[in-house]
Design a binder for this molecule. Structure first.
Ligand code: S3P
Length: 181
């Protein structure tokens, strides 16, 4: 009998990684809305589970504590075939890179500091986005880690959320990550 309705989902977790402002969360929202994927924002998940904002965690307990929590919840989220929008610093930890490699597929959304700065409206919620110069420095430091973690890369500069989402969807299809149920 012909299927009346078809739903798409992933066959393993897909991690969106990239610097702040690369579009991870916006692309996640778009793919949830337009394609019906299950999408979770790792930072938001962490804040909900901890009952505190990331800025509060940084201010009260520092970056190291935030990183430990990030690893704990990344592990927790990696059991389901869903899109996981990670925080920009997730690749700093070797454990996190290993969790992602072993459990799923990693898509690196590339961005420059200038493009990121023009996309980020609320910088107060991002304790590590101080100014352009420090953003450039962090991107340069992290670039090899993003590249090491990545199974696929998408250059997002000059693209809007819709265009980046289409490229991500294309990447999912090309890598046989999408299943119809
Ligand atoms: C961080 C990026 C943030 C958040 C935290 C640290 C980073 O996530 O996890 O402020 O180290 O780059 P977004 O990339 O979603 O802004």
């Amino acid at each position: 009998m012909e299927r009346l309705e078809s739903k798409i989902m992933l066959n393993k977790p897909v991690y969106l990684v990239g610097f702040m402002g690369s579009g991870k969360s916006s692309v996640g929202k778009m793919l949830a809305r337009k394609k019906g994927f299950t999408v979770v924002d790792a930072d938001k998940y962490l804040e909900d589970r901890e009952g505190r904002t990331i800025s509060q965690i940084f201010a009260e307990q520092g970056e190291d504590r935030f990183r430990d929590l990030e690893t704990k919840y990344l592990h927790e989220l990696s059991g389901d075939p869903q899109i996981i929008c990670t925080g920009g610093g997730v690749v700093k930890s070797e454990t996190n890179r290993k969790i992602m490699k072993e459990n799923g597929f990693v898509i690196y959304l590339k961005v420059t500091a200038d493009a990121a700065a023009s996309r980020i409206k609320d910088k107060s919620s991002r304790p590590l986005f101080k100014d352009l110069e420090s953003a450039r420095k962090i991107i340069t430091e992290r670039a090899p880690l993003y590249e090491e973690a990545a199974d696929a890369q998408i250059d997002t500069v000059g693209l809007d959320v819709w265009q980046i989402s289409s490229k991500v969807f294309q990447t999912l299809k090309e890598n046989d990550l999408v299943v119809h149920i």
